[in-house]
Design a binder for this molecule. Structure first.
Ligand SMILES: [Fe+2]
Length: 308
């Protein structure tokens, strides 16, 4: 008994936030999220080290980058200082980063191999059956991109549709706040095609928005820069943390997504879970050859906790 208590204390002080790890269930899909990270400064390195600790304990192999991945110049030595070195432990562990472009990012990043963009400003990938990510370029939301995202969302048979991009369409930031023109063109598609989760950065803090038409929105834009006390808590705000830098880890366990936001000193500043939106609305019926289990999952109705 004494040994167990000593171990618990050791773990708590070793990892700081050990008490609030995600469920970390066998067979679930876990990933990390950083936004506005590419400064090359001390705060980015501190967050990078923490993210590395979480990667070790949760074993995730995917990290989403929400834009402003490289501030300033884009020379090879900038990619090294502002990306490769701060996340070296993760890169060494084989973690794949998937970047979205922010307003400070050069389009040349699309050809930088470790960002896994393969020359594309917007793209989609599915790390596992039933889960699909869509990365957008919100700085240049042109007609071809809108047509592309609608086609991809409509055609996706995935139960979990997660969209991420740089400019938040819901944010309580005094500096930027909600991008309303972007909301006008994107939100109807998210609702129509059963998107469950939308991630953005740009405002340099953490905010979880109350579900809007059943969709969960997060701002995770403080992974290196910080705009302290910038959240004007509005009726949109479910939880905000703007006193220090932060990042998030997430876990999808069948129809449930667990989230955990962690501050620069290692404390968990937000955590919780929600059920995915039913993907039956607007999605195509099962294609020939599609597994029956996938179809069943598509038609499951989300519980009321995910309602607006
Ligand atoms: Fe930005």
């Amino acid at each position: 008994m004494k040994r167990a208590a000593a171990l618990a204390i050791f773990l708590f002080f070793s990892f700081g936030a050990a008490a609030q790890q995600l469920p970390n269930r066998a067979g679930s899909f876990r990933f990390g999220v950083i936004g506005d990270s590419g400064t090359g400064g001390t705060r980015q390195y501190t967050i990078g080290a923490l993210l590395g600790e979480y990667q070790k304990s949760l074993g995730f192999q995917t990290v989403l980058m929400l834009g402003d991945n490289i501030y300033g110049r884009h020379r090879p030595k900038d990619f090294r200082k502002k990306f490769e070195l701060p996340y070296q432990a993760l890169l060494d562990a084989g973690v794949k980063f998937h970047a979205a472009l922010g307003n400070h990012d050069s389009a040349s990043q699309t050809f930088y191999k470790p960002f896994n963009m393969e020359g594309r400003r917007y793209y989609t990938f599915s790390p596992r059956e039933g889960i699909r990510f869509f990365a957008l370029d919100s700085t240049f939301m042109d007609k071809p991109q809108l047509e592309w995202i609608e086609k991809e969302l409509a055609g996706s048979g995935s139960g979990w549709k997660i969209v991420y991009f740089h400019h938040p369409i819901y944010s309580s930031g005094a500096r930027h706040g909600s991008d309303l023109p972007l909301r006008a063109v994107l939100e109807p598609l998210f609702v129509k095609y059963g998107v469950s989760l939308v991630l953005a950065g740009h405002d340099h803090f953490y905010e979880r928005i109350k579900p809007q038409q059943g969709i969960y929105y997060f701002v995770i834009g403080g992974s290196a820069k910080l705009r302290a006390r910038n959240v004007r808590r509005t009726p949109l705000t479910a939880k905000a943390f703007d006193l220090d830098n932060s990042f998030a880890v997430m876990e999808i366990d069948r129809d449930t997504l667990h989230f955990q936001a962690i501050g620069r000193k290692g404390a968990t500043v937000d955590f919780g879970s929600f059920e995915r939106v039913s993907a039956s609305v607007g999605s195509r019926p099962a294609r020939p050859g599609q597994k029956k289990s996938d179809t069943a999952s598509e038609l499951r109705i989300a519980p009321s906790s995910a309602a607006p």
